[in-house]
Ligand binder design. Structure first.
Ligand code: GLU
Length: 439
């Protein structure tokens, strides 16, 4: 069975890039009948908060992507400790004592000689006596993972195809700080093993991490999951804009964007499939194939999201939104083609029920509106009432086109644009329509 995970750090709110990563993992799990796990990477106890963790849960729930299970790294510290001991016994990890200043100096010397600034592994030659001496001095070690050309470092990326790192060109990564706190790399691998993760889908900023983590899976004697790295999102202008980092679910909600629109756009961005106004998750799930993702950066365009939101609403059945707006089915069908958000639909409900605020009619339209009221009073208020009214007015006044319709629309809705009057007028009703024409 396929098991995927979305692994944010609860140190801030999700932004659109995180939402896309979550969505890709969710789609993969749903498509294959698998499980989708939310793993909170909260080893950074200074910056992680329960409030951010809750905002992540809330955002996923709003998106309709609630996880099948939740895990927290902060609850698994004993396990990480145990694996570290095993890896130490097998020589895959080692203690080092260099201060940041010493490391910086080493880097500068190497760069000065035109060499790559790779850690020289001086700590590997420390003897037990050296360790004892450091300990006696009150110095605490940090831990590094020993990269090894003999361990696997290539993989067939689900998006990028055959990929590899060169273990010799990288510094042995620090996996645990001197204060005992964990960096992300090793705990993530231990979790992926313990939680049976089969597929890791994340942003391409993690490609190098993947090469390193493959070595960690091997060092633990465990098979690695499949990895796929999605190209990053850019703003509409093609740049890795700062703004994208601030757009998230609260912004979508405030702007009346539907969860489905977010999913419909992000599921297809950067893929070979077109963005389509779907009315349910199913077509997105059914058509999902991680191999459809391309290697080029994908543009996230807020105007495209707004347009997509509108076209989705234009096709949405009343049943799908009935709990969220006060419009009846007939009212919804009358207005949906003209709205970009549900809030706009709600404002049409207010126009239908009234009272409305309409500006006083132009001088030359007063007699015309009085005539319209007189004719309307004599008509049966059926579905054809708008056609009957305008036909009769055309015959009586000789008006046509805009001169015929616009004064009526303005008087009856207070607005110059909107849904088809033929659908609106029966909903406004006889009494209210006559009142508006007379006003
Ligand atoms: N917490 C990591 C991040 O947000 C998780 C990366 C991963 O998916 O492994 O970047």
């Amino acid at each position: 069975m396929i098991v995927t995970r979305f692994a944010p750090s609860p140190t801030g709110r999700l932004h659109v890039g995180n939402v896309r990563t979550a969505l890709l993992n969710w789609l993969l799990a749903r498509k294959e009948g698998g499980r989708f796990i939310l793993r909170l990477d909260d080893t950074d106890t200074q910056r992680s908060t329960e409030a951010f963790a809750q905002s992540i849960r809330d955002d996923l729930a709003w998106l309709g992507m609630a996880p099948d299970a939740e895990e927290k790294q902060s609850a698994r510290m004993d396990r990480y400790e145990a694996v570290l001991s095993e890896l130490a016994a097998a020589g895959h990890v080692y203690r080092a004592y260099e201060t940041p200043e010493e490391l910086e100096l080493k880097r500068k010397v190497l760069l000065g000689r035109g060499l790559p600034p790779v850690y020289d592994r001086a700590a590997l030659s420390l003897t037990e006596a050296d360790h004892a001496r450091y300990e006696a001095e009150g110095r605490r070690p940090h831990w590094r993972f020993r990269l090894d050309p003999a361990l696997p470092h290539q993989w067939d990326d689900l998006v990028r195809g055959p990929s590899h790192i060169d273990p010799a060109s990288l510094s042995d990564p620090v996996i645990r700080r001197a204060d005992g706190s964990w960096l992300y790399m090793l705990p993530s691998v231990i979790d992926d093993v313990d939680m049976g993760i089969t597929h890791v889908v994340r942003g391409e900023d993690h490609v190098t991490n993947t090469g390193v983590q493959l070595q960690m899976f091997a060092a633990m004697g465990k098979p690695a999951p499949h990895f796929g790295h999605a190209a990053l999102l850019t703003g509409a202008d093609g740049a890795l804009s700062k703004r994208l980092g601030s757009i998230g679910v609260s912004e979508f909600r405030a702007r009346g964007i539907e969860p489905l629109a977010v999913k419909a756009l992000l599921a297809r961005l950067g893929t070979s499939l077109p963005v389509e106004p779907v009315t349910s998750d199913e077509p997105l799930i059914d058509s999902f194939d991680i191999a459809n993702l391309g290697r080029a950066t994908a543009r996230f365009d807020e105007t495209e999201l707004e347009r997509l939101n509108a076209s989705i609403l234009h096709q949405t059945d009343h049943a799908a939104i009935s709990g969220r707006v006060s419009l009846t089915e007939t009212e919804w069908l009358a207005v949906r083609g003209n709205v970009s958000t549900l809030a706009e639909a709600e404002s049409w409900k207010a126009v239908i029920t009234g009272p409305i605020i309409a500006s006083a009619p132009a001088e030359e339209d007063r007699a015309y509106l009085a005539e319209a009221a007189r004719i309307l009073a004599g008509l049966a208020f059926g579905p054809e009432v708008w056609a009957e009214l305008t036909d009769a007015l055309k015959a009586a006044t000789g008006r046509k086109g805009k001169g015929l319709f616009m004064p009526l629309r303005l008087a009856l809705t207070g607005k110059a644009n909107g849904p088809d009057m033929a659908a609106l007028l029966p909903l406004i009703g006889r009494e209210e329509a006559l009142r508006r024409l007379a006003a």
